[in-house]
Design a protein around this ligand. Structure first.
Ligand SMILES: C[S@@+](CC[C@H](N)C(=O)[O-])C[C@H]1O[C@@H](n2cnc3c(N)ncnc32)[C@H](O)[C@@H]1O
Length: 231
């Protein structure tokens, strides 16, 4: 089919349109890409128990709190929320995602969970830990690896998203950023955070990063994944 589509003028574009038209998952992604200016990673891929060492580390750091408040930003179908619930059954966990289909799946898998179709928590809501995993990135940056990210996802969008997350994180709280194309060390609010030295096998050594001028940066030996917000 692909070979046929390539042979016909406009065939590839028509093929994309047909797929989008008939595949509800692609249709939802297209709706977000054309209607949500704050959209980050548009693709909702996730896995059960995707970052077990990180989830364990967060549970250990929150162990003193009887009922910690946790935000899973870009939760997709909720695997991350469920992994955290297994480790901290008393936690109050909110899962946020702009994609209506994945939130419906999360709710179906976990009817007691707090899953919301949103890009930000409610005004004034505060959390003891926020996870932004595989959301401060873009699949097209990964596949095309351009020298400059501005046309696909500018650094400013990462900085804006971080500012919103920062306002929802309680002083002393934990911010996890992983599987990202940007790092907290380059963000405007980095001075408000202390990097945690813990290393995580799949997360501490990214293979593609962009800096505040939108250009690719030389890869550092390792980056911090967990960060503590200073009091
Ligand atoms: C790759 S999934 C990440 C799932 C999970 N956190 C993980 O690491 O496995 C990225 C999700 O982020 C969501 N997303 C992108 N931009 C968002 C935004 N501004 N607010 C809320 N969710 C967003 C997408 O809809 C998508 O479901």
């Amino acid at each position: 089919m692909r070979r046929l589509a390539r042979a016909i003028p406009g065939g590839m574009a028509l093929g994309r349109w047909l797929r989008r038209h008939f595949d509800p998952a692609l249709r939802e992604i297209h709706r977000l890409q054309t209607g949500e200016p704050g959209l980050l990673q548009p693709f909702p891929d996730t896995l059960e128990e995707r970052y077990p060492e990180l989830f364990d580390a967060i549970a250990a750091r929150l162990a003193e709190l009887p009922s910690p408040r946790i935000l899973s930003f870009g939760c997709s179908s909720g695997a991350e929320v469920r992994a955290l619930k297994r480790r901290i059954p008393t936690a109050r966990i909110v899962g946020l995602d702009l994609n209506r289909r994945v939130i419906a799946r999360a709710r179906a898998a976990d009817p007691d969970g707090d899953y919301r179709i949103a890009a930000a928590p409610s005004a004034g809501e505060q959390f003891d830990a926020i996870l932004a995993m595989a959301v401060l990135r873009h699949g097209q940056l990964e596949s095309e690896r351009p020298q400059n990210c501005a046309a696909i996802m500018p650094f400013a969008r990462f900085d804006d998203a971080l500012a919103a997350l920062d306002s929802a994180l309680a002083p002393g709280g934990w911010l996890a950023i992983g599987n990202a194309h940007f790092r907290l060390a380059d963000a405007a609010l980095t001075a408000r955070y202390e990097p945690d030295p813990a290393e995580f096998p799949q997360l501490s050594h990214p293979n593609l990063l962009y800096g505040p001028d939108d250009r690719r940066i030389e890869l550092p030996g390792r980056i911090a994944v967990l960060h503590r917000k200073l009091d």
